[in-house]
Design a protein around this ligand. Sequence first.
Ligand SMILES: [Zn+2]
Length: 316
Amino acid sequence: MTETAFIYHPECDLHQPGPAHPEHPARVQAIMRHLKNIGLTDKLLMEQVADRASYNDVLRVHHPKHIDQVDRLKPEHGCIQVEGDTWVSPGSLDAIYLAAGAGVMAAKDIMAGYYKRAFCCVRPPGHHAEVDRVMGFCFFNNIAVAAQLLRHEYGLNKVAILDFDVHHGNGTASIFQNIPDVLFCSSFQSPHYPERFTHLDKPNMVFTRLPAGSDSHTVKRVWLDDWLPALEKHQPEIILICAGFDAHTADPMADLGWHSEDYYWLTRQIVEFAEKHCDGRIISMLEGGYHLQALSVCVEKHLLALSDLPYDWKPD
Ligand SMILES: [Zn+2]
């Protein structure tokens, strides 16, 4: 088995967009409880985020005005609405910088050779955050912060980002649309939220639209028809994953019919590709997933696949 780092921080719970909001602290709490109950935390390298992302880390991705706007999101009490469904509480800013810091830590540790694979179990998510726009529960684009660090500080030339969240990673597309060295593959329900940056006709932007009702078979199509050929052509030196689990059939936020077996299968394909082409290096970051039980099981299966453990693994 390969040891997978599990990167988290309890202060991500400080981001509390309100009791009725779907992106609430109970998501990560449910995942952590489930992994502990089944004994998987003993198999993982549990690491608390060491540092918040720095201003420079975020500046490689976002416009300075955007960072200023986020830095001002500090209500003294209660929640304030930033846009649409995106709200902040007094502790949100800490969580926002810690979530981005998780990817920074994973990138630095992997490049230092401490481990090959990491899953960042942090929130708020990031893939809807555009260069200059807070959007869809997202403030800073966590995966983009990690990708830009790897390119600019570690000299990686080719990076691939795979996004299997049910919603299109419009933020990531906005950031990398003119950077051909970063391949961005995104599968998403369409038509569906957010319908932005979905029609970029560029070789490094590979989008797979899935109609409502798409079932497990579509997972294989996403990989075999779209992602694998693009990856083979791009030859990335590391693979980053926007791991949203809201395409699951039980998820209340969308209408796809994926199952935990599909996430295991897809993750195994990514791992096997990474082993063959990029020293096995993978950083995965939690994005969506709003049915707590389905989310917990899908994260479990994703972690088993990342760790070279079987789908039906049980502790000895
Ligand atoms: Zn989503």
